[in-house]
Design a protein around this ligand. Structure first.
Ligand code: NG6
Ligand code: CA
Length: 511
């Protein structure tokens, strides 16, 4: 029988949950907010979502303490546009030059719009970004790596930044703290080029015998730490990162920011490098998954998540912290390095039950893991099948912190706070973008993919891209794997959805 204490506990939870259901729209609070945004992690890559060959105990524990989504989407099947949309609340395809950015691109987010960190900053938050940036840096023409690098994160609303400029497979392979490269020796300046070889460092193309990790496609330029990258760099030797230490370096910075700001409301955008290529995990994880570096990188990522959650517990701020865990796009197995990921995959399915993966218009491109934890406010161990899009994080967090949306800010971001906290769907449709800008629309059970003359396969990564010259229509309820194109059978649905998408495209604002 239930004793009085446990009865009262259950009663309090019950009342709290009812209040939450009824008043989710009205909650105004300033919890700390941590977004752990992973790179290229698939829905099926974590055991919370059904993976069995790789185990993610810390992420699974977060799911047990919070709410796990089965129907959440990134806005794009690649990194730069997904991050752009989530930070600005605007679909990236509305703006030119928001595709995968080279490592020397200029800042692609305008400094005069109010993006998510700025919005939270105005509401009294201390804001930080730690980890992968990949949204460009500096003025038109790109940054001057050897002096102050701006505009960047600090000019668009972050109080603190500790980042890698683009991706770990792109030069320059250095960390940036606020406006400066960390540990740069002025006597050994950095030169970066995406057009031609600079300096005398060996390249993967010319000196493959020097490589610790071999490339499979692209990635044949300057060798840094035994790994050849996209783009050439010279100089900055003291400042060059060591791939094996990267998860430790970023995690330590994230934890110091949390610790330093534990008394104030803070927002931490923690963008891990894991599990993007090159996958060179620390020796604590290397060889531990039995699935090669890709599986080992998942273990390292899981460790990172555990460190963040433990720190919140240790500092006794977990109850007042909303943690969101997600990924920027779907999974890829061979993304340009020959690290045995393909051979060791066996029956592991990174995209879960979806078709395609990173880059794709099929669901595997954008259907991502999404877990939210806020003890006391979100029911423990709940699962939500509601449709959710990362583009709604902006408006949802604005409403949570008691702010409205002004003017043209965050034009595509809906207030989906009640969905985020566990109620049924606020959103009736989501729009996604593939690597070649094919758009798709999910509405109810239907998924519509617009006609496209783009390639059908990315033969290098072995990904089905989902492009077809004719419209595609799938019933996700009976055909989540998008195998049976029903466009011919339901022309009126095709017309309705293509009209709807046309309207979304032609408007400047959907909210
Ligand atoms: C591709 C790279 C891939 C990865 C991707 C960006 C080649 C052949 N492939 O162009 O390795 O870097 O860009 O990934 O260079 S993302 O997750 O940052 O979008
Ligand atoms: Ca990515």
């Amino acid at each position: 029988m239930m004793n009085i204490r446990s009865f009262s506990f259950v009663f309090v939870i019950f009342v709290a949950f009812c209040c939450l259901e009824a008043h989710a729209q009205k909650i105004t609070a300033k919890p700390n907010i941590v977004i752990i945004y992973t790179d290229d992690l698939g829905y099926g890559d974590i055991s919370a979502n059904g993976a069995t060959r790789v185990k993610t105990p810390n992420i699974d524990q977060m799911a047990r303490q919070g709410l796990r989504f089965t129907n959440a989407y990134a806005t794009s099947a690649t990194c730069t546009p997904s991050r752009f949309s989530f930070l600005t609340g605007k679909y990236a395809w509305r703006k030119a030059n928001t595709g995968i950015a080279p490592g020397d691109a200029a800042l692609i987010i305008p400094t005069d719009i109010e993006i998510l960190p700025r919005m939270l900053q105005k509401s009294g938050y201390q804001t930080a970004v730690v980890g992968k940036w990949h949204l460009g840096l500096g003025p038109q023409g790109g940054p001057d790596w050897n002096s102050e690098i701006k505009p960047g994160p600090l000019e668009i609303g972050f109080n603190y930044s500790f980042i890698m400029p683009a991706t770990a497979d792109r030069v320059p392979c250095v960390y940036l703290e606020n406006h400066r490269i960390v540990d740069l020796d002025p006597a050994d300046p950095i030169i970066v080029s995406y057009k031609e070889k600079v300096g005398n460092d060996p390249t993967g193309k010319e000196n493959p015998e020097l490589l610790k990790v071999k490339y499979s496609h692209g990635h044949d330029a300057t060798i840094i730490n035994g790994v050849s990258r996209i783009g050439w760099m010279s100089g900055g030797n003291r400042a060059r990162w060591i791939d094996q230490d990267m998860a430790d370096v970023f995690t330590n910075r994230a934890l110091s920011f949390i610790e330093k700001n534990r008394e104030k409301p803070f927002f931490l955008y923690f963008a891990t490098h894991d599990i993007h290529v090159p996958r060179v995990p620390h020796s604590r994880f290397a060889g531990k998954s039995g699935m090669g570096p890709r599986g080992d990188a998942i273990l390292q990522l899981d460790w990172t998540v555990g460190e963040v959650l433990k720190a919140l517990d240790r500092l006794q701020i977990a109850d007042n912290t909303l943690v969101i865990f997600s990924s920027d796009n779907g999974p890829v197995v061979d993304d340009g390095y020959d690290d045995n990921a393909v051979e060791l995959l066996k029956d592991h399915t990174p995209s879960g039950d979806r078709r395609g993966g990173k880059y794709s218009a099929f669901d595997g491109g954008t259907h991502i893991p999404f877990i939210v934890k806020w003890p006391g406010k979100i029911e423990r161990g709940a699962v939500s099948n509601a449709l959710f899009s990362q583009v709604d994080l902006y408006a949802s967090l604005a409403f949570l912190t008691g702010q409205g949306l002004s003017g043209d800010n965050a034009p595509d971001s809906f207030n989906s706070l009640s969905t985020l906290l566990g109620a049924t769907a606020d959103r009736k449709y989501v729009v996604q973008q593939s690597v070649n800008n094919t758009l798709s629309l999910i509405h109810g059970n239907w998924k519509y993919i617009e006609p496209s003359n783009g390639q059908k396969m990315n033969v290098m990564t072995n990904t089905e891209l989902g492009n077809l010259a004719e419209p595609q229509l799938y019933d996700l309820k009976s055909d989540v794997g998008e195998r049976n194109n029903l466009a011919g059978k339901y022309p009126l649905e095709v017309k309705r959805l293509s009209d709807m998408l046309k309207k979304i495209k032609e408007s400047n604002k959907t909210r």
